[in-house]
Design a protein. Sequence first.
Length: 277
Amino acid sequence: MRKPNLFLVGAPKAGTSTVWAVLKEHKDIFFAQNPEKEVNYFSNTELKNNSYYKDYEIKSEKQYLNIFRKGQHIKYIADGSVSYFAYLSVPKKIYDFNPEAKIIIIVRDPIDRAFSHFKMDKRMGYAKNSLLDYLKNKDGKHDNYIHQYIENSLYYKHTKNFLKYFDKKQVLIMRLDQLKLDFDKLYKFLDIERPKSVVFPTINRDKEPTNNFTRMLQHNRHFAKVLKKFIPKKIARYFDFLIYKEAKKIYLTETERSILKKYLIEDYNKFNNTYKK
């Protein structure tokens, strides 16, 4: 059985869902469908031990490959797990699995990315505290949150880690602020036909569960899996208003921005100096 040969690894909250939504419509690319987009096979152990995200079920290579069985005839078999980006152990795992694979990394302003990640966690009920509480991290009990907000924004550190294993010709860096321009690079990188028109859908709108019950359902991947299996997307969309409501506005404070800048600016400068736009 052919192995996945394209990995959209992150960074999370940097435009990966938009890129995934465009690429999955291309005739030459097959993404996992159940679970959709994020399989998390190569980060399974790390997530189990170091994350507040739960229910990662893909534990064996046989189980992993079985997810992609319907895409065997397609040029690219793709895994869009953004959890792969910031765990130092993951690039070697992917390389050992398929050294010929291509890697897509997407970045945005690191402070904006970190705050966007926090807002998502706050909306979905994962983050109970303020961002400032997590950033202070005095006693180490918030390390999982620091991983999500800080580590995922250290682009130089983690891009360099992927390039320890993969040749630079196998790695494409895209930037959210010039995504439309970078799509031309993307099709060239993959050596596939560029569609006559590319529609960029709005993904991950600012919405939150309507109550604690719908929040519990949203966190339960088993429930989501069953729902996707038996209810078509076109129908499921009509139930959104029962499950989600518009999220409360959250704003980044100057203190939080200052702390994020302290953590991130040196790495971001190195990234920009090394990987020119």
